[in-house]
Unconditional design. Structure first.
Ligand SMILES: [Zn+2]
Ligand SMILES: [Zn+2]
Length: 354
């Protein structure tokens, strides 16, 4: 989709309805400061905020209420459910996936490859261990909080980097998860999304009181950029449906606005003058050309086909002729003025079918 309205938001956020430490009002203010258009709140095993009528616009920020299901493993981020009675079924997550689908919702596997850190939370972690599940919409491929929890082996080291390079531990989603994502996409469309697992945890360091990973900081990191055909409605219910429909279809990309603002990235395919969006299939019955635009000249465009890097370019805009069917996605790495290039933007896939 070449011409599109772009809206950025942040998904996978915890509020004071579960173990987060911010009210809807505070979270919306932090989102407005970061320039976001929407936030997907996903408190653990509750839709309490919906019941209290907290969903809707706070100024220009659309606050949406989803939930994170399951307790000790197989966390499932669900949106689009207005009521729920199965909040946890850790050993058989298909039950929660089916329950969400039956209520008209959709969802994503959360931090599926999380590993424990012996120095944090007694080594507790919350990965996925059931890969026979079906019927889910996508998977979280970049989770800032989860990467941070895995990164450090000493408390002091964590504290050092918290102050001197807070972005460092979450700066790469990891090869393992990208490989898994690409593998799953060869079977069927699995949409990728990013989150921060924002909690804004209060902590004390001697006499100092601080909030670890404030919403203000996290909302400037891994964001979700939706491409809509029409402007986002001022009516909260209509706007919710617009956001959810893009999230279901995969017509969005994720990126780190911390490295450089992502707005303006585009990835779509053209066939016979027809444009095909991220998340869509296109049949290879006549020539297909992928179009990629980087928002900045410091980007390196990478085209991935069936999990393999097939093309790299320093150009800001390019057309890539598809020679064989496959699952295609685009990445952009950002070249800072000094230092190595870092992962910046990930598109959702376009599947070119036989
Ligand atoms: Zn979780
Ligand atoms: Zn979470």
């Amino acid at each position: 989709m070449e011409q599109a309205y772009e809206y950025s938001g942040h998904l996978h956020v915890h509020s004071s309805f579960s173990d987060g430490h911010g009210t809807f009002q505070e979270i919306a203010e932090a989102a407005a400061e970061a320039g976001l258009d929407f936030v997907g709140i996903t408190d653990h095993r509750t839709l309490g905020a919906l019941e209290q009528g907290l969903e809707g616009y706070y100024g220009n920020v659309l606050m949406l209420v989803g939930t994170e299901l399951n307790t000790f493993k197989n966390h499932y981020i669900a949106f689009g459910v207005r009521e729920m009675d199965v909040f946890s079924c850790d050993d058989d997550p298909q039950v929660v996936i089916d329950a969400v689908n039956a209520r008209g919702g959709f969802g994503y596997l959360a931090h599926p490859l999380e590993k424990g850190n012996p120095y944090l939370m007694d080594g507790r972690c919350f990965p996925w261990d059931r890969w026979d599940v079906k019927g889910y919409t996508g998977m979280e491929i970049w989770n800032f909080g989860s990467l941070w929890r895995m990164a450090f082996s000493r408390k002091l080291q964590a504290l050092f980097w918290y102050y001197l390079g807070r972005y460092r531990a979450g700066r790469h989603p990891g090869e393992e998860i990208l490989e898994l994502w690409d593998d799953l996409n060869r079977e069927r469309l699995v949409i990728g999304f990013a989150g921060s697992d924002a909690h804004a945890i209060p902590a004390s360091l001697g006499p100092m009181r601080l909030k670890l990973f404030s919403y203000q900081f996290l909302f400037r990191t891994l964001n979700t950029h939706l491409l809509l055909e029409e402007k986002l409605s001022q009516d909260p219910e209509e706007a919710r449906e617009q956001v959810y429909s893009a999230l279901r279809q995969g017509n969005f990309y994720i990126g780190s606005d911390y490295l450089h603002p992502c707005r303006g990235f585009r990835f779509y395919a053209m066939r016979d003058e027809q444009s095909i969006s991220m998340g869509e299939d296109v049949a290879f019955t006549s020539p297909v050309v992928l179009r990629v635009s980087s928002p900045c000249r410091r980007g390196i465009i990478r085209i991935i086909k069936d999990g393999r890097l097939v093309y790299t370019s320093n150009q800001q805009n390019l057309g890539f002729k598809v020679l064989k069917p496959g699952v295609f996605r685009a990445e952009i790495h950002y070249r800072p003025l000094v230092g190595r290039s870092l992962p910046w933007i990930y598109s959702n896939p376009i599947r070119v079918t036989e």
